[in-house]
Design a binder for this molecule. Structure first.
Ligand code: NAP
Length: 509
């Protein structure tokens, strides 16, 4: 079955058209017309979200859990149609999209389970001490409350798991916050059918209509996104994308008369440190692993490991040759958009123009295709040329050769904030790893041993964030149950009678 989009925006349960239209840019099949939103529609969607908040923020955890599960069910009902339209719009293979759908539904259900435990509310109670000297103590209760309407930007590289009903939306809805999504122009039909699923769940669960809105956007101007993050009723923003766009939107959030948190996940070069015993013992399999992780999904993952740091010796040279051999077996892959493919070519040209890198395996990428590229550089050059550490979004790797451990530690120390840092090591490497660990844990949201960072588990302990520029808020994660904390704030109730407290706080011992 195929889905034929009507191209409208969803606001408070109604589908709306607008004056501007754009065409979806599909790789296969028919392109469709979509309306592009404007400031007036932003206003309507945010007003509806604010109105819904007054009811939704008092919904029970059970009601919200049922709602999240209903969204997952409705997405599954439309499973094949979603895969079909998402494949046409993004060029991603069906298997990847089916996996991403599973992750999206799994995330929604995980948040349902998570809120039912109630632990995230972090309820606290300091009982009144009327006889305390020299001063009595009031009765003090604390709970985490939802913050208000949240704006979410659909991400180009995850049309399902980081878009319309993705992790940002799931965690905001779980917290009790209505959501206004700005769809990514790379996959408007996918956004629409997922919004249909959410609308069906709203109706089934009798939720306030304004709890979710979708605004489609041509991507020709930034007016919709900018007016959304600047709207006084929007209280936080969830974003996955480039440093350039993330920084621009972050600055707008900070410059508001009432600054709001901007939770931007902006990507990373995800350096890996290959320690010498591991390289000597299992260089070939490590090379296979890196090549697979670097080229997975045409390298379009924020956790793509672009940098490998190792000590200069013959085993490392063999290792580098093995990676080149592995990359030669990888055929070119379709990128998500023409702009991302062009960005990949420009990123490679920018690096080559610096004339600092030794090419190991270089290919040309044409039109919307991407083929892998591999370069080598010594640590001294790396350390004196920070431009080399700028992310190239795609399957491009750089091996950084360090003279000794001191050199390797200096490379680690020079890193900007990262989503992940990885150690590949054997037991004999532990003394070196112990020197690296205190540096790496200050640089990254997740530190891995003997693994590759692509493939982010959605669970309680996951941190998908990190110091700037990996994210704009290093106390937060955009994956895993802790993501809900972004959309909550603690409120203390002093001597407030039970009749006036949030239901969750009454009868607290
Ligand atoms: P993007 O350029 O970061 O755009 C993401 C969203 O931000 C779009 O919806 C865009 O709006 C909006 N935007 C961009 N610049 C803006 C500005 N100055 N002011 C307000 N809004 C702005 O991401 P993309 O289009 O998905 O891909 C482009 C590049 O982003 C990729 O080549 C890659 O380098 C990077 N990227 C990184 C990650 C990651 O690792 N976290 C994920 C995806 C993409 P419009 O729709 O109106 O254009």
């Amino acid at each position: 079955m195929t889905y034929s989009p009507h191209g409208k925006h969803l606001i408070a349960g109604q589908w709306h058209s607008s004056s501007q239209v754009f065409q979806s840019r599909v790789l296969t099949g028919e392109a469709f017309s979509f309306y592009s939103a404007d400031v007036e529609l932003v206003e309507q969607a945010v007003q509806a979200a604010e109105q819904a908040f007054n009811e939704y923020c008092h919904s029970s955890r059970q009601q919200r859990a049922n709602f999240l599960r209903a969204i997952a069910d409705e997405i599954e009902v439309r499973g094949d149609e979603i895969t079909h339209i998402a494949a046409a719009e993004t060029g991603l293979p069906d298997a990847r999209l089916i996996g991403e759908r599973g992750r999206t539904c799994g995330q929604l259900r995980l948040f349902a389970d998570h809120i039912l435990t109630g632990e995230y509310l972090d309820r606290r109670h300091d009982k009144a001490l009327p006889d305390r000297q020299p001063l009595p103590r009031a009765d003090l209760k604390m709970i985490q409350r939802p913050i208000g309407p949240v704006a979410v930007f659909g991400a180009s590289n995850f049309p399902l798991a980081f878009s319309t009903a993705g992790g940002d939306t799931a965690s905001a809805l779980a917290a009790g916050c209505p959501v206004v999504v700005k769809g990514h122009p790379a996959h408007p039909g996918t956004a629409e059918i997922v919004a249909e699923a959410i609308l069906a769940a709203i109706v089934r669960c009798d939720m306030p209509m304004g709890v979710f809105s979708l605004l489609q956007d041509s991507g020709e101007s930034y007016v919709v996104g900018q007016s959304l993050v600047q709207h006084p009723m929007i209280k936080a923003v969830g974003f996955t994308g480039s440093l350039r766009a993330g920084r621009a939107l972050f600055d707008l959030c900070v410059q508001r008369p009432d600054p709001i948190p901007f939770f931007g996940e902006l990507g990373s070069i995800n350096p890996m440190f290959f320690l010498p015993h591991a390289v000597a013992d299992r260089g070939k399999s490590l090379a296979q692993g890196w090549a697979a992780s670097l080229t997975m999904g045409a390298g379009q993952f924020c956790t793509n490991p672009g940098i490998a740091v190792m000590l200069e010796d013959t085993k490392s040279d063999e290792f580098v040759s093995s990676i080149a051999q592995e990359l030669k077996t990888v055929s070119s892959q379709t990128m998500l958009t023409d702009a991302i493919a062009e960005g990949y070519r420009q990123g490679k040209s920018r690096l080559e123009a610096l004339q600092l890198l030794q090419p190991i395996y270089c290919t040309d990428s044409l039109e919307r295709q991407a083929s892998p590229n591999l370069y080598k550089v010594n640590a001294e050059t790396w350390l004196t040329n920070p431009d080399l550490a700028e992310e190239v979004f795609g399957p491009l790797g750089i091996v950084v050769m360090a003279k000794d451990l001191t050199d390797m530690l200096a490379v680690a120390q020079s890193l900007e904030g990262q989503l992940t840092c990885t150690l590949h090591m054997d037991e004999e490497d532990y003394p070196s790893a112990q020197r690296l660990m205190p540096i790496l844990e200050r640089k990254a949201g997740r530190v891995l041993a003997n693994a590759f960072p692509t493939g982010v588990e959605v669970c309680d302990s996951m941190v998908h964030g990190g110091p700037y520029p990996a994210s704009t808020n290093f106390g937060a994660t955009s994956v895993g149950t802790m993501a809900i904390r972004r959309f909550l704030r603690p409120v203390c109730y002093q001597d407030i009678p039970d009749a006036l407290l949030p239901a969750e706080l009454t009868h607290l011992d």
